[in-house]
Design a protein around this ligand. Structure first.
Ligand code: HMG
Ligand code: MG
Length: 311
């Protein structure tokens, strides 16, 4: 194991939220709950379960209260939900969320498309959310969307990522996730952005959120690890994408990142085999092949060894 890398990485599983929010076909709450249960059984203890957003904007997340009510609470399990405003926060509080995620953008164009306001207005909407969360002992995580490129603006200056990181820091956020919403970043860019962000906010509280549109998710994870980042959001089977980022695919697959980390001797507390079976199960439900390369390869091995055992 490389001594210069974190020995343990914390994965936040975002499949039930980022993964399913973009699904066109209805996914019943019972299926979402089974997905959550399977993930928890695989060792997931940081689970982004759903979003308290406008159902007109994101219909797939309209069942947020039902999903939150259905997840069996256990010691050590932390449930996160997205909350763009106070209405969302009230839903999150009533549902017993442990963490709320406020989500802003490093480009004005994406802010308008995703949350219908400017960056400055979004910060003013988030301020009471952060204060109310802090008053209620709820963790606050922020997400900086389009930190590596924007589908509407194109290039995003590193200084703009640093600027919104500072604004989130000033709201007292417990964690700030730097997100590659459309998956265009490459390793050197990732290093530059995380190094710059870590000059204004503690590295230990920064997290990486990489979509895998251009197949860079695993290498970008490694690049961030090499800067010292030890928290990552990943999505089972690589599900997902943002409905307001056309053409963007899901997050880097949980199975692929866990395969990388375990292969490097880095602990996650997750059971890769159970994750693989969960990724295959949800992909089958959705009627398509999993986006996880490691997941598909391990699934073949598991099927082969089962066939041999029963022969
Ligand atoms: P708006 O239309 O400007 O809001 O939307 P509004 O305050 O004018 O309200 C309009 C209606 O929405 C009203 O209902 C409100 O009550 C309702 P009406 O009176 O018309 O019946 N409403 C809500 N309902 C439920 N929950 C709420 C809520 N707020 C208002 N919280 C708003 C502004 C922010 C609400 C809207 O734009 C929205 O919900 N956007 C969410 C977009 C979203 O979820 N995007 C995907 C998640 S972000 C993401 O994927 C990126 C991330 O993964 C990181 C990355 O990869 O970049 C995190
Ligand atoms: Mg995302």
């Amino acid at each position: 194991m490389r001594q210069d890398l974190p020995q343990r990485v914390r994965i936040t599983e975002v499949g039930p939220r980022d993964g399913l929010q973009n699904e066109k076909q209805p996914v019943p709450a019972e299926v979402k709950l089974e997905l959550c249960e399977r993930l928890i059984d695989a060792g997931v203890d940081q689970l982004e379960a759903t979003s308290f957003v406008s159902p007109k904007w994101v219909p797939q997340m309209a069942d947020a209260p039902r999903v939150m009510a259905g997840i069996e609470r256990r010691e050590g399990l932390h449930l996160s939900v997205l909350t763009p405003n106070m209405k969302g926060f009230e839903g999150a509080l009533a549902a017993g969320a442990h963490e709320v995620v406020i989500f802003g953008a490093a480009s004005e164009a994406f802010s308008q498309r995703n949350i219908n306001c400017s960056i400055a207005e979004s910060i003013e909407r988030f301020r009471p959310v952060a204060e109310a969360a802090q008053a209620n002992g709820i963790r606050v995580r922020a997400a900086v969307s389009v930190a590596f490129g924007c589908p509407y603006q194109g290039e995003v200056p590193v200084a703009d990522v640093v600027d919104i990181t500072e604004r989130f820091r000033d709201l007292g956020c417990d964690e700030i996730g730097i997100a590659d919403t459309i998956g265009v970043g490459t390793a050197a860019h990732v290093k530059t952005v995380f190094e710059a962000a870590s000059k204004v906010y503690p590295l230990a509280q920064l997290s990486g959120h990489f979509h895998d549109t251009y197949g860079q998710g695993v290498s970008n994870t490694l690049a961030a690890l090499e800067v010292g980042v030890s928290r990552f959001d990943t999505s089972i089977a690589g599900l997902g994408g943002c409905p307001f980022a056309k053409g963007a695919t899901g997050n880097v697959a949980t199975e692929d990142v866990v395969y990388l980390l375990h292969g490097m001797g880095i602990e996650t507390g997750l059971d890769l085999e159970k994750l693989v079976l969960t990724g295959q199960w949800i992909s089958e439900f959705l009627g398509r092949k999993s986006n996880s390369r490691a997941g598909n390869a391990i699934a073949v091995k598991l099927r082969d060894s089962q066939t041999q055992a029963s022969a």
